[in-house]
Ligand binder design. Structure first.
Ligand code: FES
Length: 113
């Protein structure tokens, strides 16, 4: 069931997402409100999603982003859509994707209250 806007609490993730060290790694990991999340950049947009693969818990920061904008898990290579978390290779393990908002003071992530 999709999360409604009333269920979200917004947190500042970074004041300047473009200043993060993207040159060495396309997927960065953060801990915010005791939750581990990944932040990725693809075609100029930012995406946030759960840190561990919903299949068997591999660290998604060690995966890669394919040409269609899917995160590919490093362990069994299941693919998940960056935009909505859907398991686009059909195994049925959807990934949690988090909404992001760019505001004047930085990049915010919406987490369930
Ligand atoms: S742990 Fe990610 S696909 Fe199996």
């Amino acid at each position: 069931m999709p999360i409604t806007p009333k269920e979200l609490e917004w947190h500042l993730l970074t004041e300047d997402p473009n200043s993060l060290p993207w040159e060495n790694q396309p997927i960065l990991s953060f801990t915010i409100t005791e939750r581990s999340i990944c932040l990725a950049q693809f075609e100029g947009k930012f995406f946030a999603f759960q840190a561990l693969c919903p299949h068997a818990g591999a660290p998604l920061k060690d995966g890669y982003i394919d040409a269609k904008g899917n995160i590919v898990c490093p362990l069994h290579h299941y693919k998940f859509c960056l935009a909505n978390g859907r398991n686009c290779t059909g195994q049925g393990y959807d990934m949690r994707a988090y909404p992001l908002e760019i505001r004047p003071d930085g990049l915010y992530i919406g987490l369930r209250k």
